[in-house]
Ligand binder design. Structure first.
Ligand code: SF4
Length: 566
């Protein structure tokens, strides 16, 4: 039998030289990219919010590197990040062997990054733009609903609050009248008859009224029953009324909110594990991408995408100082207000509208009930109905959109429908057929359609699914980030920005050939070495989809300075 030989156990073997973690980091590893990118960005805003004094602090650059790398590895919990900094060699290398605890990590993430992280995100995207990886001219926009950390049964519904408030107000008015009547009866001198109050009463009005009643009670012979009623008004009705008012104030224009995450609104989600259409506390996350890099994000409390577009585009301008030249989005964004906004700001619209795909079907084209199938004479301003009658204008009115945008609706009526053989199939109205037309919307739809069916439009429409939709898939399914961990829009913004940063870094690391870049990252090569490496990239990947050598060099060697939006 051959002699068994085991490899020697070096656990207790002291080393002659201290161990360098540099050797443990693979050349291709994205941790090197995180390190390089964070080293390049300007974090003076974060540094300026440190007060100083007391014990020394962990450097924000180290904490930022750790957090971005943790998000890149789908680790979102501060305790798990803390564990990784002690156990994972990549984190140990990245943090320079500093071991911040979960409180430090959490405090840095939720307090120090508040209001600053968006700027860091903008710097990284601008870096990608300046290295010509993205052009910042086109955006593919879509939205997804992301669940809040709040409990699913902490809802407050506007309808219920309004209903109970109204009931309470009526009850209060009745009690007040009873008290006043009783005071009148008890008072031998007689009191002045108070003016009848309206049904609605605010908490401040009730508070004043209670004071008034107490003053009156002080002047007359007090009945115990009346005093108890006034006390009940003060102790029970007033706080309840204040609570209802507080709920309505918190909700604003929303129809619901969560008691434990007041910024969250109850929305219908695609992920319905109970299969009962249950509404859950959530946020509407809007993302814009270009070449799968996230270029813009915004968080909204409205479940619908239509009303979020304008604000989302404005946030894009705030970040980069200009609007994109091209916007691609689905029919959820195809409203008059959005089309008008794009037209006014020089954004070429590739935004679909309802019926865009159905318009081409035979069923749609032969549907005589559709206004789109009626001929319109622009010069003389009339429509021709399916049988050939003129539909003349009979007036117009102004309609207001969800966001308060006003637009004119024109009305046209057919001359005589009574003896028409198509009556009943053409319309279900009692008299002659009346149609309502939003001319501006028709104009913008036509314009958008021309763009959408052009060669460029077809290409952009095809790319839309693999752009922003894929990014949502990456975040929600591959990263497993389906629910926020923090509460309130300011803190949620931090989470989204970190996810977006991690996504962009990950995307970049897969895009570039990292083996060639590790040399740049470590800064160990001499100038000749760099040149050789540069040439190696050129020879090895002359026509590959990977980044061009110039772009790589720019990313890693360019003295990067952020150009903040004016
Ligand atoms: S029902 Fe009236 S509107 Fe319709 S085709 Fe006949 S005349 Fe025209």
């Amino acid at each position: 039998m051959a002699k068994v030989v085991f490899k020697s156990d070096l656990q207790k073997q002291p080393s002659l030289f201290p161990i360098s973690f540099e050797g443990f980091i693979p050349e291709k590893h994205p941790v090197r990219l995180v390190n390089t990118i964070v080293d390049k960005i300007d974090i003076s805003d974060i540094i300026s919010c440190y007060k100083g004094g007391g014990t020394s602090s962990y450097h924000p650059r180290i904490l930022l590197k750790i957090i971005i790398f943790a998000y890149l590895n789908n680790i979102f919990s501060s305790r798990k990040i803390e564990k990784a900094t002690k156990e994972n060699v990549h984190y140990i290398w990245l943090s320079g062997q500093s071991y911040p605890d979960h409180n430090t990590i959490n405090n840095f993430r939720s307090s120090k990054l508040k209001g600053k992280i968006e700027d860091i995100f903008t710097q990284v995207v601008t870096m990608l733009h300046e290295s010509k990886i993205i052009s910042l001219t086109e955006v593919f926009t879509d939205g997804t609903k992301m669940e809040s950390v709040a409990n699913r049964y902490t809802f407050v519904w506007k309808g219920s609050v309004e209903k109970y408030k109204e009931k309470l107000e009526k009850k209060i008015q009745v009690v007040i009248k009873e008290i006043e009547k009783a005071i009148e009866e008890d008072n031998s001198k007689g009191t002045e008859d108070s003016a009848p109050t309206s049904t609605s009463i605010s908490s401040s009005e009730l508070d004043k009224k209670i004071d008034e009643l107490n003053q009156k009670l002080a002047q007359v012979k007090k009945s115990k029953r009346v005093v108890q009623k006034v006390e009940k008004l003060k102790k029970e009705s007033l706080p309840k009324l204040q609570e209802y008012e507080g709920h309505l104030k918190e909700m604003g224009e929303r129809k619901s909110y969560s008691k434990t995450d007041k910024d969250a609104t109850f929305m219908r989600m695609k992920e319905d594990h109970m299969k009962n259409g249950q509404l859950k506390p959530a946020y509407n996350l809007q993302l814009s991408t270009e070449k799968n890099f996230i270029t813009n994000f915004s968080i909204h409390q409205r479940p619908g995408d239509t009303a979020t577009f304008k604000q989302h585009m404005q946030s894009y301008k705030e970040k980069y100082g200009h609007y994109p030249q091209v916007a691609v989005a689905d029919s959820g964004y195809g409203s008059l207000e959005n089309y008008e906004f794009m037209d006014q700001n020089g954004i070429k619209s590739y935004v679909k509208y309802n019926w865009f795909h159905k318009e081409e079907s035979k069923k749609f084209k032969t549907d005589i009930t559709r206004i789109e199938n009626l001929y319109y004479n622009e010069q003389c301003d009339y429509f021709i109905c399916p049988i050939g009658q003129k539909m003349l204008p009979i007036g117009e009115y102004v309609r207001r959109s969800e966001l308060g945008h006003e637009y004119t609706v024109n009305r046209y009526q057919a001359g005589n429908c009574t003896k028409c053989p198509l009556n009943g199939a053409c319309h279900k109205q009692k008299g002659n057929r009346i149609i309502e037309v939003n001319k501006k919307l028709i104009f913008y739809k036509k314009k958008s359609k021309q763009n959408l069916i052009s060669k460029e439009g077809k290409e952009l429409r095809g790319r839309r699914c693999t752009e922003v939709e894929q990014t949502f898939g990456q975040i929600k399914w591959n990263k497993g980030f389906k629910r926020f961990l923090l509460r309130g829009i300011p803190k949620i913004t931090i989470e989204v920005a970190l996810i977006a940063l991690a996504h962009n870094v990950q995307k970049l690391s897969t895009l570039i050939n990292f083996s060639n870049l590790s040399a740049f990252c470590t800064n160990k090569l001499t100038i000749i070495g760099k040149l050789l490496n540069f040439m190696k990239i050129k020879i090895q990947y002359p026509r590959s989809k990977k980044l061009k050598s110039k772009q790589i060099l720019f990313l890693f060697n360019h003295d990067y300075k952020i150009k903040k939006a004016a």
